[in-house]
Design a protein around this ligand. Structure first.
Ligand code: HEM
Ligand code: HEM
Length: 262
């Protein structure tokens, strides 16, 4: 099935006529709704995770209950994204957007000469950044499971699996990885997308909101492929992800300390 109503470039002789019923004609479907919802939820929850840790005193939350909830939700979202990278629409599928070294080198050299092709999904350089971001956030959230609060008031649910030394190391990595690596990568990610919007006139940010890009000649347009009933499929996968994360922690004897919300 094709994602949305695709308006191929006018120069393509095989392009089907634009769907007259399409109120977005002149634009092409790029991102499905679940991928977009994932993205903005992830961004919000990262901000929440940071703020609930930084301002835990002001929030009267010495046991970092909100931070741990937010972190576990991020972990669930990330597991969902891994599943969506296999069972989701083509622009979200890892096999479609993770570049080969040759593809990456060819794209990078085309960028140098300002002749790079456009992509509906992630371009090869963007894909590397996205995979790095997802891997870092996954590591960050997994480390959180073993992290101990610095006053020993609380801990991640799997802290008792590590020795005293191991917990200290996990806690230190959990903090430093975020402050010294992940945060910078997120800043670069946002900056690059702003540069694309302002200087290269490619509305990538708008596309992450509306799901659509202006009709043009996209290198990956021919492989564009959606899934039937994406929201339903995404909801099933989300339930599965929550089961994997919360059920998995519970199954291995994890302890959800002081997590009651009321
Ligand atoms: C904590 C903040 C953020 C994180 C962790 C984050 C992470 C990500 C991830 C993981 C993706 C890949 C989406 C996917 O394939 O599932 C992505 C894509 C994207 N993000 Fe963010 N993001 C953040 C904030 C933002 C902000 C504030 C903007 C807008 C200024 C933005 C704009 C975009 C755009 C335009 C894409 C698509 C890039 C492309 O066309 O290749 N992101 N982001
Ligand atoms: C991607 C998700 C996460 C991010 C971005 C994140 C970020 C952070 C940051 C920046 C700190 C240091 C706060 C400070 O000392 O000012 C922190 C501490 C902490 N996090 Fe997370 N975290 C995440 C997930 C988790 C998870 C899943 C858990 C456990 C369920 C968790 C448990 C903790 C605990 C217990 C601390 C306190 C450590 C200390 O007192 O030094 N985090 N987190």
């Amino acid at each position: 099935m094709t994602v949305g109503t695709t308006t191929l470039p006018e120069s393509d002789p095989q392009a089907p006529p634009a769907d007259p019923g399409d109120r977005h004609s002149g634009s092409v479907k790029a991102w499905d709704a679940p991928t977009r919802i994932f993205h903005w939820l992830l961004a919000i929850l990262i901000a929440v995770s940071w703020a609930t840790c930084e301002y835990s005193e002001a929030l009267d939350d010495p046991v970092l209950k909100w931070h741990r909830w937010s972190g576990l939700l991020i972990l669930t979202l990330l597991v969902w994204r891994l599943l969506w990278g296999v069972f989701g629409s083509s622009t979200a599928r890892f096999a479609k957007f993770i570049p080969t070294p040759l593809g990456l080198a060819t794209y990078a050299s085309a960028v140098r000469y300002g002749r790079e092709p456009k992509f509906l999904g992630h371009n090869p350089l963007g894909a590397v950044m996205i995979v790095a971001l997802l891997a870092l956030l996954l590591t960050q959230a997994m480390l959180g499971l073993f992290t101990v609060e610095h006053n020993d008031l609380t801990a991640g649910p799997l802290y008792h699996y590590l020795s005293e030394e191991g917990r200290k190391a996990a806690t230190s990595w959990h903090r430093h990885l975020f402050e010294e690596v992940t945060l910078w990568l997120i800043a670069i990610h946002i900056l690059v997308n702003l540069v694309y919007a302002i200087f290269r006139r490619q509305p990538l940010i708008r596309a992450m909101i509306s799901g659509r890009k202006p009709a043009s000649d996209y290198a990956d347009a021919k492989t564009l492929d959606g899934v039937p009933r994406p929201m339903f499929r995404a909801a099933i996968l989300l339930a599965l992800s929550a089961f994997i994360v919360f059920g998995g922690i519970w199954a291995v004897g994890g302890k959800f300390l002081q997590m009651r919300l009321w």
